[in-house]
Each structure stands twice: as structure tokens, then as C-alpha cells.
Ligand binder design. Structure first.
Ligand SMILES: [Zn+2]
Length: 205
């Protein structure tokens, strides 16, 4: 007999523990992150223990956090890359063999097995008519049955991004990547904020 999905272990932990971890890190139990938990769980299982895997996610939304919470791969250590396609898919691959597994949300399965989840994902219903508890229960009920996994070989995007040399901007004196033009991005007018008042580290003005 198959045990209830919500009682099974995912990513090497109980589902309850995973939900706590998600809430603590992400701020709330986002449905996309719950799906991501099952996607990462399946990819981890397929790639097997003892493989040093890098990860690629194909959307900026939710999935990067699932990888960062349940694998050693993070944006900061360079083992997780984000490709901004807004595709709900994750690939874990052996960084030496360049082979691995891609798991995606299968819309056909989702529509057939879990209309609530399908309607939420496709934004076909107003948020108010699908409370989070309903979605969460639905996702924990279907688990990986709404996903599809395939083995893949890497053809691109697998190279680790090496840190470039460090240059010092002659205008502001801050450091930046040496493979860029002479001035730092901010001094070239590409900054994302304007400095107002310098603040002292001790808190006194
Ligand atoms: Zn500068």
C-alpha cells in the first residue's frame, strides 16, 4: 500500500520539517516552493547520492529557493544558475560528467490530476477563490505525480562563472569586475540608486 504523500519523506526530511524550513527562509509556504520541493526531491533521487551536482533553474520565481534550501547549490557559491525563461523546471547535473536530470511541472498531468493547481498556475482563477490551504493540500496530495523527469546531457550554461579580476574605479574608488570598461557601472551612469548621506559604522552621525 502506498503511504499518504504528505507522510513520505522529501529531500531527506519529513514534509513537516520541509514546510518549516520553507516558511523560515522564504517567509511563507508559497505553492511554487512546495512544488519545487518535490521537483528537487525527484532530481536528487535520480542523480543519486555522492554526485557533486550543479543546478539550473529556468525561472526566478520560487524554484531558486527550493534548490538553495534542499541542495548544497546556491547562487552565492555559483553552483546554482538561474535562466530567466519563466519555465517551471529544474536541472541537476553531474558537474564532471555533464549529465543529469531535468524535472518540470507537466501541465497535462497537472490539468488532469489537480485542476485547482492547474488553474492557479495558469492564473485562470482569482487568488481569493483558491485559498493557500486548499492549494497546499492539493500539492501535498499529488506530490511528484504532476511532474515529468527526463535524463539530459548538458550542452550549454554548465560552465562555472569565474570571478573576473578586480579593478578600482578611478572616479569613486570602489572595486568592480576588471573585464568591464574603465569606470565602474555606477560612475558610467548605470547605477540603480543615488547616494545621499554617508553613514558612520558606529551609528553616530
Ligand atoms: Zn565608480
Amino acid at each position: 500500500m502506498k503511504s499518504e504523500p504528505h507522510l513520505q519523506a522529501v529531500c531527506g526530511k519529513s514534509v513537516g520539517e520541509c514546510l518549516r524550513i520553507i516558511e523560515q527562509f522564504h517567509g511563507w509556504r508559497a505553492p511554487g516552493l512546495l512544488l519545487g520541493m518535490y521537483m528537487v526531491d525527484w532530481a536528487l533521487e535520480l542523480i543519486g547520492e555522492g554526485v557533486e551536482a550543479d543546478a539550473i533553474v529556468e525561472t526566478r520565481h520560487c524554484l531558486p529557493d527550493a534548490v538553495q534550501l534542499f541542495t548544497p547549490c546556491t547562487v552565492g557559491n555559483g553552483w546554482l544558475k538561474i535562466i530567466d525563461w519563466d519555465c517551471f523546471a529544474v536541472t541537476l547535473y553531474d558537474r564532471r560528467e555533464l549529465s543529469g536530470f531535468r524535472v518540470h511541472l507537466d501541465l497535462g498531468k497537472t490539468e488532469a490530476l489537480c485542476p485547482d493547481l492547474f488553474n492557479w498556475f495558469m492564473r485562470r482563477v482569482p487568488k481569493r477563490s483558491l485559498p493557500l490551504e486548499v492549494l497546499e493540500k492539493a500539492i501535498l496530495g499529488v506530490g511528484r505525480s504532476v511532474l515529468t523527469a527526463e535524463s539530459v546531457v548538458m550542452t550549454d550554461a554548465y560552465k562555472r562563472i569565474k570571478k573576473s579580476g578586480t579593478a578600482v574605479c578611478p572616479s569613486c574608488g570602489e572595486s568592480f569586475g576588471a573585464d568591464r570598461p574603465r569606470l565602474c557601472p555606477s560612475c558610467r551612469g548605470e547605477g540603480y540608486c543615488s547616494p545621499l548621506e554617508p553613514q558612520s559604522a558606529s551609528g553616530a552621525a
